[in-house]
Design a protein around this ligand. Structure first.
Ligand SMILES: Cc1ncc(COP(=O)(O)O)c(C=O)c1O
Length: 410
């Protein structure tokens, strides 16, 4: 045994606790803090260790041979796996009620890995049209080059069943949707996929596992931009896929082959973010509701999109399938694009920036960000007006946020 391995071995023997998890029957707030952690009795660090190493030692060639034969789960190289990444994966898996998870370099790396693991040349994919612009552009511009045909349907899945043919392989949805916060019926989507033996994938970025758990509704895989609520502090780019152990093996291979792995330093920030997810999201839901109510009463606002409002056409569905209505909302100004630009240029507290789910409240014009390079017809189909403003609610005091909206709209 080489010395470095000896140190690790003796450290482990010190009154170490087995990694904790859902088996302990915890609620989410507890799970996020303790799942996957194995604390040591004497002088052990409470915070997770960042294993900042690209590669890992073997004690001898016999051990290396065992790894090559698939008989050892030892770490070899961080693109294949790393203890800090593994801790982030365990926590997310527990929060999503999944057997496993794989963290990735970005949300788009997670989405492309999940779809490429599910699809082959000649396959057809059915996707809701109201999805993150980057996911839409991947399906519209890249997949056809690899012989994958994509059919887009509305968020109510009308007509989806009729589109299913012998080549249809997967169903992809995002809920609530970006940017107009439409709600897709997860149970209905999962049932449709089950009836036709389709692989079902859902982007759970907007809600996060704090508000909905699509795998429990029958989905095969959940994808995330962990850049958003899971990280929660706008300080890294990351992604993740969660699902069964069998699916995670396939996703892991895609990440190893395509190279979109997460960095250990980022995994540490993700772990830290997840520990406060529940608290942040609950507070953001309360503030978002207060902001949505304020906007709904404002004379310059034509329409507010927030599933917590009774005026939202899918309010009953959101109430049924989510445990809170989320931190995201959008609104259309009566004055169209000029009014929307004026508003965005005048906010002081709300920062004018893309992305979402952080502690800072943000405003953005989707036509210039997530939905750039889309035709007027595509924008109409996505429910995006030139004067649509998307809002991400952070953790500032709601009275300060509302005061800022008031002055920017004046
Ligand atoms: C809903 C949703 N999914 C996926 C992504 C892509 O994530 P990333 O930017 O981390 O690649 C985004 C990014 O804005 C998003 O809003």
């Amino acid at each position: 045994m080489k010395p470095s391995t000896k140190i690790i071995a003796s450290r482990k023997s010190q009154h170490s606790r087995a990694p904790a998890g859902r088996k302990d029957g915890w609620k989410d707030a507890t799970t996020a803090i303790h799942a996957g952690e194995s604390h040591h009795g004497v002088s052990g660090p409470v915070a997770p260790t960042i294993v900042r190493s690209s590669t890992f030692t073997f004690s001898d060639t016999a051990e290396m041979k065992r790894w090559a034969e698939g008989r050892s789960s030892a770490y070899i190289y961080t693109r294949y796996g790393n203890p800090t990444l593994a801790l982030a994966e365990r926590k997310l898996a527990e929060l999503e009620r999944a057997e496993g998870a794989v963290v990735t370099a970005s949300g788009m790396a997670a989405i492309s890995s999940a779809l490429l693991a599910a699809l082959e040349t000649g396959d057809e994919l059915i996707s809701t049209r109201q999805i993150y612009g980057g996911s839409y552009r991947l399906m519209r511009d890249v997949f056809p080059r690899f012989g994958i045909r994509v059919h887009f349907v509305e968020s109510d899945l009308a007509g989806a069943e009729q589109l299913v043919g012998p080549k249809t392989r997967a169903l992809y949805v995002e809920t609530p949707t970006n940017p107009t916060v439409q709600v897709v019926d997860l149970q209905k989507a999962a049932a449709l996929a089950r009836r036709h033996r389709l692989i079902s994938i859902v982007d759970n970025t907007f809600a996060s596992p704090a508000l909905q758990k699509p795998l429990q509704q029958g989905f095969d895989m959940v994808v995330h931009s962990t850049t958003k609520a899971l990280g929660g502090h706008s300080d890294f780019i990351g992604g993740a896929v969660a699902g069964s152990a069998a699916w995670m093996d396939r996703i892991r291979k895609m990440v190893i082959y395509l190279g979109g792995c997460m960095d250990p330093e980022v995994a540490f920030l993700l772990i830290r973010g997840m520990k406060t997810l529940d608290l942040r999201v609950r507070r953001q839901c309360d503030t978002a509701m207060a902001v949505a109510r304020f906007l709904e009463r404002h004379p310059k606002v034509a329409r507010v999109h927030y599933p917590g409002l009774r005026s939202h056409s899918q309010h009953p569905l959101a109430r049924r399938q989510m445990s809170g209505f989320g931190s995201m909302l959008a609104f259309d100004l009566k004055g169209g694009l000029p009014a929307a630009r004026r508003f965005c240029d005048r906010t002081r507290l709300f920062l004018l920036a893309a992305s979402l789910g952080g502690v800072e409240s943000l405003v953005v014009l989707p036509i210039f960000t997530s939905h750039y390079k889309m035709s007027p017809a595509e924008l109409r189909a996505a429910g995006v007006q030139p004067g649509t403003v998307r809002v991400s609610i952070g953790l500032e005091d709601s009275s300060d946020l509302i005061a800022d909206l008031k002055q920017a709209l004046a």
